[in-house]
Design a protein around this ligand. Structure first.
Ligand code: ZN
Length: 202
């Protein structure tokens, strides 16, 4: 039985690079795959883009109201796997539909995405994936302090912010994202005075 996979990470962790590398491997060995991304990820247009310059054209761009089963109907002949980039932006229904496809057509589906947004909360798609994916794997990246970064802070004009819309696509003017470990997130984004709490707790 084919699996629905969720490979998650924070920003700047090389998720898209991992996707492109894996797709390249499949295609080199003669396997046909589908590459899908949500329309809301406008970065790169119809391409999956990476920071190191590699890109891969997608086969399908999914709108948030698209019915996955209708979109995939007739497109799965000889397809050995489906790869989805930025899967956090899919709806709960769409994740459920991909789960169904992995089981009824027996095609592995590999979703790449962020686990949480800049407020330390799950995206709709990632929340569902964390519950139903058959395999969950973390792609690790580092915080500037050297710890594993599992969160992301959003800066506007160089300052971390904790308010504003959930989705501002990476590269929007004035905005930047920084991968952070839990302690640095609390300190820099939530402005927790670490020393005060250390005194209180010890
Ligand atoms: Zn840190």
């Amino acid at each position: 039985m084919a699996k629905l996979h969720f490979k998650y990470a924070t920003m700047n962790s090389g998720k898209s690079l991992d996707l492109i590398r894996t797709v390249y491997n499949y295609e080199e060995n003669g396997f046909k795959v589908l590459v899908i991304k949500p329309e809301i990820d406008t970065k790169g247009g119809e391409f999956v883009e990476t920071r190191v310059g590699l890109s891969k054209k997608t086969n399908i761009i999914l709108k948030s109201n698209d019915d996955v089963v209708s979109v995939l109907a007739g497109k799965l002949d000889n397809i050995s796997s489906i790869f989805i980039d930025e899967a956090q932006f899919l709806t709960k229904q769409q994740i459920d539909d991909f789960y169904l496809v992995s089981k009824v057509i027996d095609i592995p589906i590999i979703c790449y995405g962020l686990r949480n947004n800049f407020k330390m909360e799950a995206f709709e798609g990632s929340q569902r994936l964390l519950v139903i994916a058959d395999e969950i794997e973390e792609i690790k990246t580092l915080c500037q302090c050297g710890e594993i970064a599992r969160f992301v802070g959003r800066k506007y004009a160089g300052e971390f912010e904790y308010e504003g819309p959930e989705i501002i696509i990476d590269g929007a003017s004035g905005y930047e994202y920084e991968p952070l470990c839990g302690k640095c997130y609390l300190e820099k984004v939530k402005r927790v005075n670490i020393k005060t709490y250390q005194k209180k707790l010890r």
